[in-house]
Design a protein around this ligand. Structure first.
Ligand code: UD1
Length: 391
């Protein structure tokens, strides 16, 4: 059986790595290619749409997570959403016509997820969505549109938690399409936890810092904050981004050293909005290039507090127990919030609210929690759901 899986942007790489490993393990157990049962012989093709193309956003993750080089790269690159989705569909259609897979597997909620699920269904190919059922209810987020369309079209919806199953039921998705498999990101976290823990903090700073003079040998675990920002709602609006940056530079970094791996979208806007010099000059801030998977995990493991608008980091903070301020007004991952037992609080981009919650988190202890089936074995369940699919 031929399975074609798709990745496009950074968070996808983290989700696909364990799935590819699960296929390799399955094939090692079923080595006979002339077996009478076709589903036992899995041929896998990896397609990279090319949405994220910088070495630090893409290759660094393939290398760190032992993902084999993509068989096909669509070379889509940057552009508006319509351009990215349109180009991906045009190129992906050619791939499907040539390869004729039985399944297309898409992960997460990026533009590749949407473009490739639509193209697969138009070619009458079965589609499986890993990380189905997440809903923020906020249609101003491009990712929410991607999730809704992908879930509406997919044949097999593999969910990370029970709240996602409820979302799908409310939308009328037939029960036989839904499987609760757990969170595949946590497979990657568990497989890499030890390696990340062994990295000295100083090495993380030294190899990723933008400016040599910001590399601080004295930064200790539980005595620094980490921040990541990339959502258009935070970094594309000059007034919002400026007030966040002023709060960070004038308040957060006065209390704790603030480590900030800067996403290309955020960096471009810092420069455009005239904020770049202000962050460069901060003494208690450490600006980093985008960091690889292990370095990010290491930063998260030792952070006193995480400030982020990334969904994946919210999930990782839950399992690591890092107090997390989610710089968004809503989340498609409510299971990561304190009210559902997680480590995260929604603070939006209102400075008073962020300040208030930031003070609270400073007095909190690390409290790891593990939602059901976030056990490091989700990828195997994903693959089994595909193999067992009978419709
Ligand atoms: C995308 C995903 C988002 C995900 C995020 C993780 C969508 C709709 N959004 O957002 O869900 O959380 O990735 O990073 O798919 N750029 C580079 N180098 C690169 C890639 C991008 O410089 O390797 C620049 C682009 O030119 C663009 C900006 O970064 O100006 C944003 O990239 P884009 O792919 O449009 O979306 P992200 O904001 O990264």
């Amino acid at each position: 059986m031929k399975i074609l899986s798709v990745v496009g942007a950074r968070p996808n790489f983290i989700k696909i790595a364990p799935f590819i490993r699960a296929i390799a393990e399955h094939n090692a157990k079923h080595p006979n290619p002339s077996s009478p049962s076709p589903s036992l012989n899995l041929e896998h093709i990896l397609v990279h749409t090319g949405q994220h193309y910088d070495d630090k956003m893409s290759k660094a993750f393939f290398d760190a997570l032992d993902i084999p080089k993509a068989d096909i790269n669509l070379g889509v690159g940057s552009g508006s959403h319509a351009e990215q989705v349109g180009k991906t569909m045009i190129e992906f259609e050619k791939v499907l016509k040539a390869e004729k897979p039985v399944w297309v597997v898409v992960v997460g909620d990026v533009n590749a997820t949407l473009a490739c699920s639509v193209t697969a269904k138009k070619e009458n190919i079965k589609c499986c969505h890993i990380e189905a059922g997440l809903r923020s209810g906020d249609l101003s987020m491009p990712e929410e549109i991607n999730r809704l369309v992908t879930d509406r079209l997919s044949d097999l919806l593999l969910t990370p938690d029970n709240l996602s199953i409820e979302n799908l039921r409310k939308e009328g998705v037939p029960e036989e399409k839904i499987r609760f498999v757990g969170n595949i990101m946590i497979d990657t976290l568990e497989a890499n936890r030890q390696k990340a823990a062994a990295i000295p903090m100083f090495h993380v700073l030294k190899r990723n810092a933008l400016l040599d003079h910001q590399i601080r040998p004295d930064i200790l675990d539980e005595h620094y904050a980490v921040m990541t920002l990339h959502r258009p709602s935070n970094v594309d609006d000059k007034i919002i981004f400026s007030s966040l940056v002023h709060f960070l530079t004038r308040e957060v970094s006065h209390e704790l050293p603030l480590i900030w791996p800067i996403h290309p979208r955020a960096r471009r806007n810092l420069e455009q909005f005239g904020l770049w010099q202000e962050v460069l000059e901060q003494k208690n801030m450490v600006l980093l290039h985008p960091v690889d998977y292990h370095d990010m995990l290491r930063l998260n493991m030792g952070a006193k507090v995480m400030l982020t608008d990334s969904g994946g980091l919210q999930e990782e903070c839950t399992v690591l127990g890092t107090p997390c301020l989610t710089l968004r007004w809503n989340t498609e991952r409510p299971i990561t919030l304190k009210e559902h037992g997680g480590a995260s609080v929604l603070v939006g981009n209102n400075i008073d609210r962020i300040r208030q919650e930031y003070k609270i988190t400073l007095s909190q202890k690390r409290l790891p929690v593990r939602p059901e089936l976030w056990d490091g074995h989700t990828a195997g369940r994903c693959l089994q759901a595909i193999i067992n699919y009978t419709h």
